[in-house]
Design a binder for this molecule. Sequence first.
Ligand code: CMP
Length: 138
Amino acid sequence: MSNRTFTMIKPDAVRAGNIGNILKMINDAGFRIVAMKLSKMSMERAGEFYAVHSERPFYGELCEFMSSGPIVAAILEKDNAVEDFRKLIGATNPAQAEEGTIRKAYATSVGENAVHGSDSDENAAIEGAFHFSGTEMF
Ligand code: CMP
């Protein structure tokens, strides 16, 4: 059981002014923020972050969107963090996301889906280290 996961509040949710609303849902669900920053990924950095999807037809669109504006990157701590956070954010496609989830409330499409959540303990560690140095994690 992991106790840390990595998230990004994506450019659509930042543009829509939903940083505070989403952080409140994260806080209310019992996650502690151990690292956080507002930053903008270049097209190249977005490509690196999502390299695992490089063969997918939506890869170019995904990288363009994720580099289209600032994101909020954060590392979150809680028992069973990866699994519990994926429950909190809901299905990738907001049309299938359950009531009470972040994507149900704030995502508009499968591409512009408001938040990212790591899908495994291993990826949570890799993705956290991609965005934060050791002195930026608490
Ligand atoms: P995320 O959890 O950040 O991980 C990969 C992302 O790819 C996913 O959220 C979606 O935003 C995006 N994605 C998945 N499927 C599609 C699709 N069919 N079209 C566009 N983007 C997609």
